[in-house]
Design a protein around this ligand. Structure first.
Ligand code: AHR
Length: 334
């Protein structure tokens, strides 16, 4: 009996080893199917995401969308808030490269100055997805795709509404512009689109244009300066709702009625902006959707699997008048 147990033990060890090897080869097959390194079918894709900051209601809704969609898609998300500083974003991207994440996604605070770090990611074999904002890199192979809005179109739609609604005005229509973060894609593009549209009517004149950095505090402060410097302001074009909301305080404090004495056009259509529009304090909003999370996760899965993705994925958007805002508000998600 004793002898028999001793002779069975080595055979059991051999069988156990064979089972282990078999399991290992199955896991290896799973790796090549998913394109992941060092794990099986169940291994989670790891995404490093560098967010611009928390400057606006739009941004908060965007961060929530990204976090919720990652959890929903079973993607492990490493999230970094760059506090609107490019150097923080570059640092975060370099950390993600060191950590060997599977995909890097980021919303670039400004358009320029990304080539070096993007090249580092490419050399490390980590695909990059641009989300919300674009970069001006000439080498398009430095990133896989760009998911986001057409900011030029948002500016153009805002300008076209103004042209249409100023038809009956006599004399010059004085416009002040609150720009977004200097050097950012939405600030550059919205300015460009708006200017192109209002060029159709020579009486529409931008008399002052300055950055409010996409924040309420910035919008309020710059609008106070505009009001002091310019006795006749007919229109405010703010590159986002938050700056428009900050400007409301300055306009009211100056004894003027927003939406009546000064026509207000903004971009985003977040809840607070839509409420101001429904209340008659804003006059028109061009929508910019922050709900990019689900599409971002889909694209991440595809690039991770080595599938082809379109170079540009554009977000669907609309515009709102005061009446449309009243109708849309009850079911607005953000
Ligand atoms: O990049 C999108 C813009 O950034 C939004 O319009 C603005 O609200 C945000 O801060």
């Amino acid at each position: 009996m004793r002898n028999m147990q001793m002779s069975l033990a080595p055979r059991r060890a051999v069988a156990a080893l064979a089972a282990l090897l078999l399991a290992g080869s199955v896991a290896a097959c799973g790796n090549s199917d998913t394109g992941s390194e060092g794990g099986g079918d169940n291994e989670k894709i790891v995404m490093g995401f560098s967010q611009v900051g928390a400057e606006s209601g739009w941004r908060t809704a965007n961060s929530t969308s990204v976090k919720e969609a990652a959890a929903e898609a079973g993607i492990e998300l490493k999230f970094d808030d760059a506090q609107q500083k490019q150097e923080n974003q570059i640092k975060a991207i370099r950390n993600y490269i060191q950590q060997k994440v599977d995909v890097i996604a980021f919303s670039p605070v400004v358009e320029s100055g990304w080539d070096t770090v993007l090249k580092e990611a490419k050399d490390a074999g980590i695909p990059v997805i641009l989300t919300d904002r674009a970069v001006d890199s000439a080498d398009k192979s430095l990133y896989k795709t760009f998911l986001g809005s057409d900011f030029v179109k948002e500016g153009r739609l805002s300008g076209e509404w103004l042209v249409e609604n100023s038809k009956d005005a006599t004399g010059d229509v004085n416009i002040v512009e609150l720009q977004g973060t200097t050097g950012s894609a939405p600030a550059n593009d919205r300015k460009e689109g708006f200017a192109a549209a209002i060029a159709a009517d020579p009486k529409l004149k931008v008399i002052a244009s300055q950055s409010g950095d996409f924040t309420r505090a910035g919008g309020k402060q710059v609008m106070e300066q505009f009001l002091k410097a310019h006795p006749k302001i007919d229109v405010l074009f703010a590159h986002n709702d938050d700056m428009g909301l900050g400007a409301l305080e300055a306009i009211t404090a100056a004894g003027k009625t927003p939406g009546k004495d000064i026509t207000i056009i903004t971009i985003d259509a977040v809840k607070d902006g839509m409420q101001a529009l429904a209340d008659g304090k804003f006059n028109f909003i061009a929508e910019c959707s922050p709900l990019l999370g689900p599409q971002l996760m889909e694209l991440a899965k595809k690039v991770h699997a080595g599938e082809e993705v379109p170079a540009r994925v554009e977000t669907e958007e609309t515009t709102f008048t005061q009446e449309q805002a009243k109708a849309a508000l009850p079911t607005r998600k953000y």
